[in-house]
Design a protein around this ligand. Structure first.
Ligand SMILES: [Zn+2]
Length: 680
């Protein structure tokens, strides 16, 4: 064959293989036999061997072509990859719809058009295409920083390595944007999962608990060949950026994804009005067990992209979509014992030790009983037969006791009066269900605070597990988290199981954790009811540790996502001497959470550096929407007028704030002026 005709034949074969690949994997409707497909594939391989200069990464022969990587590279995003908020029942689905209408100031009887798609139980990923060629695949990670999994994602047959130039379904030509960001989810089909576990079991290797774990393991492999043996499927449902392209609706966007060769969520339905949406949600739940993959709910999205833009997002979730979860799966089992754990705040938590039972694809051995009030309410006793349930990743719960099966000699359960760890008296705070150990230096409290401090989702001290924490505590090397930074090589090397190398590694990991981000430090401090999400909210809002420490209950309660009770407890935390001392010690040893650049960038825009106060009602926009518009353009919104205020936006019936603004000589915008400013 002539050189030029080889080149043409190669392109031709790649085109045909991509097309038939799509018919097979995406449409499940092949037009040719496996033998014919293999023949084409082998011809392409042969020609590429002859002309290695023509091998391109987007060639179907190159799916497994990448060499193993040493570690997964971290990928930092400029815009976060958000996750969806959840609706746990029908009332919360209706509230989602009502919230949207309040935000957009629509009448409650207006019917919004929604699209419903299955909520996959897999791993969210982002794909980048440049000039139509797949160049990067990354996991969601924590939303801001993900991991580069390009080498394993490439092996997934439902991923187009190159965007189809024409739709494999309709034959219409496709636009090819210069840069395209696609969001989707990598999952393992139930059949692939079962086959994988059979192979693992035959080899006497690890059995995966559920398809989601198996998918995560497969995607995060360093060697793509391993991923091939643990086949994944990719569904794509959203477009981040697409140079030069705009869409009117989500349905149009989904059609375009399909035309490019992506597998899109199926079934996909649209409906007008929330009651019809709820019926679709119920229908999907009935279909749940017939689908070839695990789903845990329905994703409900506003179809109109213009409305999506107006609704925009909070700092955590888009406002225009929600994940409506299916009711949890339930099973019955027996409580073999009730044990008590003492947490990092000293709170005693009773835990039911269960006879192991399979619930929704996972083995459940323990369930939290929360506190004495919960135990009393459900009258849970040792030996009882109970119904347990599990919803997604949530900790399993006891729903109720089956009283007809109760043993005759069973006794009501009482929490111990003495701490099971240090035997100090247990106390109960006023108005609170929780009982806690009265000893502020209870070993369980100290150990659990330090375990929390070093955790992957807090200061992330690599290689330091719970065992080492207990060892350091027992040896008297640490009494609080701050002491970690004072440990010396000489003292560490004397301990059992520490050699020169492991001691050096641990000290290096501890040292490395000094350079951290504000949310990690806040989370590590272990404020009651402040998890990762709230820590991020605080970091995003206040930007510096002194600002968080100085925040009043009112200022805290104003943050979208923080309620008055949590606000109060946060403010209180910083007034406690022991906590202030710990923070000062940490700062003194050189913890630096300001300059690492991983704090989320504030929106930059026309209003950057400006502080706004809203008063009165605008006719075309709700208070929340106007606030979100100001924030999206980089402005800050506060509730009271002071000398720091830049602009007061005054609508109908403004209050005393307008008067105060005028007294202080602050700029006042009416609705028209505000609309003008945000239009440009
Ligand atoms: Zn104690």
């Amino acid at each position: 064959m002539q050189n030029s005709s080889i080149e043409i034949r190669i392109l031709e074969l790649r085109g045909w293989i991509d097309y038939h690949n799509y018919r097979y994997y995406a449409l499940d409707d092949p037009e040719i036999s496996d033998a014919e497909y293999d023949e084409m594939f082998r011809e392409l391989q042969r020609l590429e061997e002859e002309r290695p200069d023509l091998i391109a990464p987007e060639s179907p022969t190159q799916r497994v072509g990448s060499t193993p990587v040493g570690e997964l590279k971290k990928i930092a995003r400029s815009l976060p990859m958000l996750s969806l908020s959840n609706a746990m029942d029908e009332a919360e689905i209706r509230e989602f719809d009502a919230r949207i209408k309040r935000f957009l100031m629509l009448d409650s009887d207006v019917n919004i058009e929604y699209v419903c798609e299955p909520k996959f139980d897999g791993l969210a990923v982002e794909l980048i295409y440049e000039q139509g060629i797949f160049t990067l695949g990354a996991t969601r990670g924590d939303g801001i920083v993900g991991e580069d999994v390009t080498h394993t994602i490439r092996t997934i047959h439902s991923l187009p390595l190159r965007l189809h130039s024409e739709s494999p379904v309709t034959g219409k030509p496709n636009p090819i944007p210069e840069r395209l960001e696609v969001r989707g989810e990598a999952i393992m089909l139930i059949a692939d999962f079962q086959a994988l576990n059979r192979r693992q079991s035959a080899k006497d290797e690890r059995i995966f608990a559920n398809p989601r774990n198996a998918a995560a393991g497969s995607l995060r492999q360093l060697d793509p060949k391993t991923t091939v043996d643990r086949p994944l499927t990719l569904f794509c449902y959203h477009i981040g950026a697409a140079t030069g392209l705009t869409f009117k609706s989500h349905l149009e966007l989904a059609d375009q994804l399909q035309a490019w060769g992506f597998l899109t969520p199926d079934p996909r339905d649209s409906a007008s009005g929330i009651e019809s949406v709820i019926r679709l949600h119920q229908k999907l739940e009935r279909m749940r067990d017939q689908l070839p993959f695990e789903i845990d709910g329905t994703v409900i999205k506003v179809n109109d992209i213009g409305l999506q833009r107006r609704l925009s997002q909070t700092s955590r979730n888009p406002r225009w979509a929600v994940a409506a979860k299916f009711p949890p799966r339930q099973m019955t089992t027996v409580i073999e014992n009730i044990t008590v754990q003492v947490g990092r705040t000293g709170v005693l938590t009773p835990v039911a030790e269960l006879k192991p039972v399979e619930v929704g694809g996972a083995t459940v051995r323990r369930a939290t009983l929360h506190n004495q009030d919960e135990i009393d309410k459900k009258d849970v006793r040792v030996g009882d037969r109970v119904i347990v349930q599990r919803a997604g990743d949530v900790i399993p719960e006891i729903v109720k006791v089956i009283e007809s099966k109760r043993l005759v000699d069973s006794q009501p359960y009482r929490l111990p009066r003495l701490c099971p760890v240090c035997e100090s008296p247990v106390v109960q705070d006023q108005d609170q269900a929780a009982r806690r150990c009265s000893n502020v230096s209870c070993p369980a409290v100290i150990a659990n605070s330090i375990k929390h401090f070093i955790h992957r989702h807090a200061m992330d001290i690599d290689g330091m597990g719970d065992k080492i924490v207990y060892q350091l505590l027992d040896a008297g090397l640490i009494q609080s988290a701050a002491d970690l930074y004072q440990i010396t090589f000489e003292s560490l090397i004397k301990l059992d199981r520490f050699a020169e190398k492991s001691a050096k590694n641990l000290l290096a990991a501890i040292h490395k954790s000094k350079k951290t981000t504000l949310w990690r430090l806040i989370h590590a401090l272990g404020l009651p009811s402040v998890g990762e999400t709230t820590s991020r909210l605080l970091a995003d809002h206040f930007r510096t540790l002194p600002a968080v420490r100085a925040a009043t209950t009112e200022e805290l309660a104003e943050i979208d996502g923080i309620g008055p009770i949590v606000a109060k407890s946060i403010a209180q935390f910083f007034t406690v001497d022991a906590n202030a001392l710990l923070i000062d010690k940490l700062l003194a040893v050189g913890i630096d959470c300001e300059g690492s650049g991983q704090n989320r960038p504030r929106n930059v825009g026309k209003f950057s550096g400006m502080t706004f106060v809203l008063t009165g009602a605008l006719s075309g926009m709700s208070r929340k929407e106007s606030k979100s518009r100001v924030q999206a353009m980089g402005g800050k919104v506060t509730s009271s007028v002071s000398r720091k205020t830049t602009v007061v936006i005054a609508g109908e019936k403004p209050g005393s704030k307008l008067k105060k603004a005028k007294n202080l000589g602050i700029d006042v915008w009416n609705e028209n002026r505000f609309m003008e400013e945000i239009k440009n």
